[in-house]
Design a protein around this ligand. Sequence first.
Ligand SMILES: Nc1nc2c(c(=O)[nH]1)N[C@H]1C(S)=C(S)[C@@H](COP(=O)(O)OP(=O)(O)OC[C@H]3O[C@@H](n4cnc5c(=O)[nH]c(N)nc54)[C@H](O)[C@@H]3O)O[C@H]1N2
Ligand SMILES: Nc1nc2c(c(=O)[nH]1)N[C@H]1C(S)=C(S)[C@@H](COP(=O)(O)OP(=O)(O)OC[C@H]3O[C@@H](n4cnc5c(=O)[nH]c(N)nc54)[C@H](O)[C@@H]3O)O[C@H]1N2
Ligand code: SF4
Ligand SMILES: [Mo]
Length: 734
Amino acid sequence: MTTSATSRPGRRAFLKGMVAGGLLAACPVQTAGAPSSAPVPVPTETVFTTCDMCFNRCGVAARVTGQGKERRILKLDGNPHCSKSRGMLCARGNAAIAMLDPAERLTTPLLRTGKRGENKWKSISWEEAYTLMADKLRGIARDHTPCGMLFTPGADTHSQFVKRFAEAYGSFNVTTHESLCLLSGHRAFMDTFGEVPQPDLLHCDYAVMLGANRFEALVMPDTADAMQAMRRGAQLIVLDPRPTKTARLANEWYAIRPGTDLAFLLAVAHVIIHENLYDRAWVEAHTTGLEQLAEHVRSCTPQWAAAETDIPAEAIIRIARGLAAAAPRSMIYPGRRTSDYVDSTQIRRAFAIVNALLANYDRKGGLMSTPAVALKGYPLDAPWYDHNQEDRVDAAMAPMLFKAEGAFVLTREAILAGKPYPVKGWFLYKTNPLGTAPDRARTLAMMEKLDFIVCMDVQLSDTAFMSDLVLPAPFYLERDDPYFVVQGGPAGPAVMTRSAVVPAPGQCKPAFEVMQELARRLDLADCFNFSLAELKARQEAGLPGLKEATAEKGLLELDVPLYGLRAGQPFKTPSGRIELFSQQYADKGLDPMPVYQTPAKAPQDRPFRLVAGRSAAITQSASTNNPLLFELEPGNTLDMAPEAATALGLRDGDMVRVTSSVGEECLRLAVVPGMRADTVYMHTGYGGLSPARKRVHGVGGSIVALQESAADAICGNSAIHTTYVRVTRHTETV
Ligand SMILES: Nc1nc2c(c(=O)[nH]1)N[C@H]1C(S)=C(S)[C@@H](COP(=O)(O)OP(=O)(O)OC[C@H]3O[C@@H](n4cnc5c(=O)[nH]c(N)nc54)[C@H](O)[C@@H]3O)O[C@H]1N2
Ligand SMILES: Nc1nc2c(c(=O)[nH]1)N[C@H]1C(S)=C(S)[C@@H](COP(=O)(O)OP(=O)(O)OC[C@H]3O[C@@H](n4cnc5c(=O)[nH]c(N)nc54)[C@H](O)[C@@H]3O)O[C@H]1N2
Ligand code: SF4
Ligand SMILES: [Mo]
């Protein structure tokens, strides 16, 4: 949460929430419905599983009591054996317990009976749901080829079964949440280093964090390791237009002008190269294109970058020297969400390039190469059909698309245009584009083009609310998952799993079962001719000790070397080296080295850039309605600098109207000292469409209703920081 010195709306509720949060952490919690006079039950059993309240996959110790129908989870704790999560469970992890209340959940399949958005539903049986889906999917395949179905699975281990089904059915059109998240970063690091590195913040002495907020947007183990490193004296430099918690705790923080990070990075490269501060032998042995890079950054002086970024030239020089002096135990932190700008891939290429100059790759305290860990599965030769379309619907819309993940905002444009071919159906699992994809009105318009939309979720999310068929999924504490690998950076890799701790309410069914049954009804049973238990048994057989370690500690940590993995090995790039200069980009007509362009000026009538980010207490759009977390974040505000508010005659707590080129939302203003005066901010996940999310429906404003649609020019990752807004007083009484 952005802290404000002033009394922002909901502050009292927030303080109350802190108390509730404290209690949560300190003693067993009664589950919903238990009478307050009842004796506090004592856990009799601990079940290890893996948190799924966000993608981090922290180890969980569920404290359980009772048997059979009486079985209840009393409390969730961090699994002390889990190195990746450093044994912790965050507020969201704790609050998972609230999702076990059936009142918070979907419990039967729901068929829409009114118009989309009318909120008229009929509970139907699974048999009816399967019959309907099989009919519709058969019809779409017949009339439009299987590529007429779009599949959008989320980020858990059952999502792989939705992908498997899409392959068996024959559709290339799969988009994942990743094109709303981190693909431009992956593109950049793949194309520079041949792989996506993991930061070793634990052993790092000097880290520069740009566009990342690690003490609120929790990424494990990075969050804990950054704190640990700072305790022993490591320097953390943060560039963020907002005074985030990370900015406040950093050694130095610069309120950078949004969209100018590339100028900063090119100037850092300029200083390191022209002051000869790099390990020449290492760089010459491992990289290609040093001479071209030196030439490229010759004119990118700190003075030039200062005028672009609002960071003083002396600071840029000091930071470049600081990085170089601490190298190889220093880094430009690679970050995670890269869905910022239309040149995000090139910005992240510059992250990678400066890291290469620090000679930190594959070395302690730098960027780590990812140890290979394979788990056995059931391979699938996709039965691609003769009558199928040639390629993905978004294939021609970005020069370096990730084919398996696609680009949601580009797919959306293709569907709206009906070109290169029509898409008529959509199957979503565990993702909520109406809450997380920019320009909500465009997603709604895309849905208008579709004949059949199925959404599988634990709650009636905004996307489920606008679907035709809604399927109830078990929450992670009620679900068995196959084993999966987690990479923990300096914590090392581990294999983890999830096991159902309590039964799911009502008629919830896991995705595996749903996809298997649907496959059977579409004569694709061969592609799902195994059970989840057989898959797990296969995985166990391929990795001795897995079953026992998981039973005993909740995971198997793998004792493998973490540094020096690339020694004597070529990098997985076309040249086999780290590509400071990218010939493959040049061949595709792209800039072979990142070229900076001054961001376009704000339109006169919309002077503020709207940026997005996270609170430590909520996960994107998913958990704002969680009763425990809602106490911590009971709505969102438009955060604005005091000088900007004063100039508009606005005060903290005033209702404001925020207008972009695509939408308008009303919410309260929070005056936040330290914010850049040209930038405003709001949390995601409020002001949604679904009335079933009753705490947040009509509360605050929806940021996705304001964000314009834009995409990274290289890989099509959404670009959510390109929107400018106007802010005026909202005069109606609220
Ligand atoms: N509590 C919590 N933790 C999470 C998540 C969550 O929802 N909640 N989500 C997880 C996921 S999926 C992800 S991808 C990660 C995301 O992790 P981060 O990418 O670290 O998270 P954000 O909060 O999106 O941070 C982006 C920051 O960039 C700043 N910013 C905006 N424009 C610019 C700019 O031009 N330059 C610079 N330098 N900064 C800019 C914003 O103000 C914001 O503080 O977090 C993960 N962890
Ligand atoms: N404005 C704005 N937009 C953003 C971001 C932002 O910070 N601001 N962040 C971007 C980033 S980095 C990301 S990763 C994406 C994330 O975008 P999404 O993938 O849409 O993520 P969530 O909002 O977490 O939605 C997850 C959905 O899964 C449901 N769910 C939770 N657990 C389960 C389960 O066990 N089973 C099933 N079936 N469903 C479940 C939740 O109820 C929720 O509806 O959003 C991106 N978009
Ligand atoms: S960071 Fe929090 S919500 Fe995410 S997996 Fe870990 S404990 Fe769960
Ligand atoms: Mo993300």
